[in-house]
Ligand binder design. Sequence first.
Ligand SMILES: NC(=O)c1ccc[n+]([C@@H]2O[C@H](COP(=O)([O-])OP(=O)(O)OC[C@H]3O[C@@H](n4cnc5c(N)ncnc54)[C@H](O)[C@@H]3O)[C@@H](O)[C@H]2O)c1
Length: 425
Amino acid sequence: MRSRPRLLLVGCGLMGKRHIGGLAEVRRSRLRDARLVGVVDKYAARAGEAAREVERLLGERPRIFNSVDEAVEGIEFEAADICTEPASHHTVAEPLLEGGIDCLIEKPLSMTVRGCRSIIEASMRGGTLLAVAENYRRDPVNRLAKWVIKNGELGSWMAAAQIVAGGGDAVLISPWRHKLTGGILIDLCCHYTDIYNYFFGTPETVSASSALLRKVRYVREMSGEALMKTPVEVEAEDYLDATYHYREGRVASLLVNLAATGEGLWRRLIYLENGSIEVPMERTGEPLKLSRPLDQDYLATMPHTAFLGQRMGEPYKVSPEDAEEIYDRETRVLFPELLNGYKMDFWEADRKLIALELIDFFRCIEDGDTPETGGWEGMLSVGMVAAALESSYTGRMVGLEDVLELRVEGYQARINRAMDLTSDI
Ligand SMILES: NC(=O)c1ccc[n+]([C@@H]2O[C@H](COP(=O)([O-])OP(=O)(O)OC[C@H]3O[C@@H](n4cnc5c(N)ncnc54)[C@H](O)[C@@H]3O)[C@@H](O)[C@H]2O)c1
């Protein structure tokens, strides 16, 4: 395989543009490289903007297309980076995968397990590489958390909690995320379930309840001095309370309330036999904190604090020797002098995480390797959220395998129909 794959970018919205920044980071890192030879968007203006950005950052103007078909006719390329809305991933990716083009697809791989399976099957038919762009687990803080869990210094893990509350009555990033085929819970929570898969492996069952709390949301914009509030009707749930059950009685909970107004909340905590790990939010650069209570801490608790923990966490000390073991070479090149935490703004960190997933994709194209997050991992993260929604829909505990094997898909049926995904797989 050639050493600088020719790449087509499909979808030049929010994430497509961020991937261009990621490609520029890849180039700067000198770890790998690609030539972005074409950009595609249904909206010509967006594709044009993206092409200008590519020229500015990468020094070469790509060809502009309004559809993938036009690009296939017009240029030669061996890889595609798909950043369209998730409901279109299968229709965009499958002909490419079947036609010999390796694809990196933004998470969620699809909006349903059936959709994910359909894409995986297309890559198998085409004998092509399928990678899923999952940036959260690549944040150094999640690499470090996984290492601490694995090295066993706090004993084995017993429970975990991911809590997110916020959003209010705003349209969250874009209206499609509130429509049936764009479901914000799948779109957002597949990141968190991927993190659970990365840390703990695959759960066996899930019990959950979901709700649609806000039936109308608003896009707020300033028009001169005047505030414009445009209502958007909501179809997809915005509240999920899920408990994932693992072997030996371990549990990981996910509580997401995207209709919360006022004070927000974001916590990721892992409870192990002898202490806890607090993982900060991705792209903040905040350090990982550990709490390892001593007997004296237990003795010092008061009746009203006994349930509130024994000791606050403190930043975990990472030596330069440990850092070499914890972080792969690519991460250490992109985050120089990395120990625990880093200092850079959101956009720089975002570009570097995207660069890491692109580097992994290019490495697999060039070396014939398996990506860290391929079709299976992409389907698993979607399947875990889908299983939670199926559990809420049926009012009972659901087995993850039943959802992955399409034995349970009552909740997803409407989404499948809307995405034209009704045939047998
Ligand atoms: N990893 C992250 O942190 C992160 C953040 C945001 C979005 N995403 C993911 O990126 C993907 C895109 O999200 P977004 O926020 O950029 O959406 P967006 O709506 O901003 O952009 C999508 C673009 O794709 C174009 N498009 C759709 N179908 C097309 C087709 N068939 N052919 C050509 N162009 C087409 C649209 O015109 C639009 O410009 C989603 O899968 C989303 O979940 C990931």
